[in-house]
Write a protein that binds this ligand. Sequence first.
Ligand code: GTP
Ligand code: MG
Length: 497
Amino acid sequence: MDIEEEIRSLQLDSAEDSNGVVNPEDEKPDVDNFDKMDEDPKQEVQAQAVEAEPKEKDTAVQDEVEPEITKRHLNVVFIGHVDAGKSTTGGQILFLSGQVDDRTIQKYEKEAKDKSRESWYMAYIMDTNEEERVKGKTVEVGRAHFETETTRFTILDAPGHKSYVPNMISGASQADIGVLVISARKGEFETGYERGGQTREHVQLAKTLGVAKLLVVVNKMDDPTVNWSKERYDEIESKMIPFLKQSGYNVKKDVLFLPISGLMGSNLKTRMDKSICSWWDGPCLFEALDGIEVPLRDPKSPFRMPLIDKFKDMGTVVMGKVESGTIREGDTLFVMPNKDQVKVVAIYIDENRVKRAGPGENLRVRLSGIEEEDILSGFVLSSVENPIPAVTEFVAQLAILELMDNAIFTAGYKAVLHIHSVVEECEIVELLQQIDPKTRKPMKKKVLFVKNGANVICRVQVNNTICIEKFSDFPQLGRFTLRTEGKTVAVGKVNAL
Ligand code: GTP
Ligand code: MG
């Protein structure tokens, strides 16, 4: 059984359209009760980010009577196989958008040369710690900001190495859109695309984690083995399209391909120089990023912000991305699952203090009423009237991708659950029903075990209380991955709490 086929049949996000897949946001509830992804009507509300473009520190307050010009904000995660050029491209973007000066670049050039890694200086902009620079591999998700005409972007530069997939998951779970970086260099596209390669794993994870749109950048087009060859570009595009479809992306609506050279900076900020590549007439990366449309979230829905980090700084400061609702200075909120009541003392977007912030924003929030020790990553800052459910057990639909050593999947199976910022040991306590791969309906007969490729509804238990939502209510807080021994074994969605 083809695993990708199975992922598609799980339909984490979609019913079929002409393309075989649709955007979750477009989908209407379906009569089939297991495959339906009753799209949260709240998610369809068209609303704009609510915070104002900051003019100066501490005054970035949107005036409700006379709104200031607002620029939308998007989190974009850079994903793809190890060494595809994610950090280099991210670094080049920052350089081209004026975030890094020439002096710094020269310093990095020298440092890279001293490490006999001449070509890696651009990656140093994103790879800031010594281990990353010495090994030439991103470990922690790098975070940086830049702006285009229409949008403020936060770049999340994920590591490509398979050892750091959990970090990639944390990056992707914060993102709205993804830039999938593929190396066109001879042999490199092939290894990334192979089974077990991270081009595949990242795409599947990104889809599961709610990365709605993908820009697929075919990178290293300048490499001597490629030399801006249209044939190579077309080959990569034609191989990627079926795979992206199988992974649940609507290739016509949600995916855009473009050739670039991250290292040379070609086709990034300005359109392709025809003397470099005569056949490309499409957009450059900045244009493509500018033009991307994502369904905006309702700032009026109940507040939810999964916490990814915390520290002490004149009180307790938490970090995370607002998944739903709006936060205002002075608000009283719960830190779930413990229902600790807290007060919002200050809200920061980047360096700017703001009075309020809406969905999609990455924030630092200073709280009173709680000690830093009482917060763990995975906790959720939540509205008091409508707090996020806290559970130790839930019912989920899983697509089994690849079990270790082709093991069987049965009650008692243990894995690590990744859901928004939660990372928690879990156990499958009961298999309820298998989904028939043909009809996509639950099968009648009792199921005791399933194998690779199966699609199954089961009860999942965790040791510690976690805060999650039904996929149908809050897709971002209701989709998850199961991993074991460093590999993703299943993807799933929460059906019932
Ligand atoms: P990980 O973080 O380890 O997953 O790698 P990465 O995807 O961030 O790749 P990185 O940016 O570190 O680049 C890896 C290597 O590819 C470096 O030697 C880069 O100089 C090289 N590279 C990146 N982009 C390009 C490009 O556009 N052209 C050429 N020729 N080389 C590139
Ligand atoms: Mg990197």
